[in-house]
Design a protein around this ligand. Structure first.
Ligand code: HPA
Length: 261
């Protein structure tokens, strides 16, 4: 079992991550954001990818999501855990909290290339449950065992960015059931599904979403909260591999079955 971790930069210094090699790939869709860092945690193979590039220079709307996911598939990854910074819409959430989302609302639709099937094949992949429940349950088990507090469910609304939202947009997003807002879950989640890779996520609430509190939103705040939460994320990542079942029983592995015209 190989696990891919898609994260911002700065998470590779996980104590028990043993780096073997860095691999730069070219894909039919162009170049991934960064070289893949291939190594082991315990005796489990792990491949890290810095979504925004090695020095965090690629904004969310410019990420080559297809190349990133294709590269992970090429390297044999069957399961992905994505780490996302998000704004908290649900008033029960405060900066520093961790949410394990179970649903997605896609507001990037039409702006980002969100399929591998554009030309000769017509494929409609089931996306009723965008996140792999086996992975999300494994992360939840890990957090219970390690005493890290998380919100086990939540709806992630994905916006195109790079600007942040207006207060009324956030009010609207709350009214349609969104708990957290971010810029990177889509199309990552659907592209993984189209390649029958399980996709789970850990979302760190880095700030109150616009208008939730009367305070200007800053990128500095987002980065500072992310840094403060890094330790918790590292603990979860280094432990979660012990909880993810070796054999996949989830529907993700058969996502293409009966999906093609
Ligand atoms: N909005 C959108 N994306 C984000 C936010 C936000 O408030 N915080 C971190 N990523």
């Amino acid at each position: 079992m190989k696990i891919g971790i898609i994260a911002g930069s700065g998470l590779y210094d996980i104590k028990n991550f043993n780096l073997f090699e860095e691999v730069s790939l070219d894909t039919p869709f162009g170049q991934p954001s960064s070289p893949y860092k291939i190594g082991e945690i315990g005796n489990k193979q792990v491949i890290f990818l810095a979504r925004h590039g090695p020095s965090h220079t690629i904004p969310p709307h410019k990420i080559n999501y297809r190349a990133n996911i294709w590269g992970l598939k090429t390297l044999g990854v069957e399961r992905i855990i994505a780490i996302n910074a998000v704004g908290g819409i649900n008033r029960l959430l405060t900066p520093g909290d961790i949410v394990l989302p179970d649903q997605i609302i896609d507001f990037t639709f039409g702006y980002r290339c969100s399929t591998f099937y554009e030309d000769d094949k017509v494929v409609h992949v089931d996306f009723t449950y965008p996140y792999c429940s086996e992975i999300q349950n494994s992360i939840y088990e890990t957090t219970k065992k390690t005493g890290i507090n998380v919100t086990p469910k939540g709806t992630y609304i994905c916006v195109n960015g790079p600007r942040l939202e207006s207060a009324k947009e956030i009010k609207f997003f709350a009214s349609i059931g969104a708990d957290i807002v971010g810029m990177t879950a889509m199309p990552e989640a659907i592209l993984a599904r189209e390649l029958e890779i399980c996709f789970g996520a850990l979302c760190i609430v880095t700030n109150y979403a616009a208008g939730i509190v009367e305070q200007k939103l800053t990128t500095v705040e987002v980065l500072n909260t992310m840094k403060k939460s890094a330790e918790k994320i590292k603990i979860i990542i280094s432990e979660v591999l012990n909880y993810i079942p070796l054999i996949r029983k989830c529907p993700c592995k058969d996502a293409l079955k009966d999906a093609q015209l």
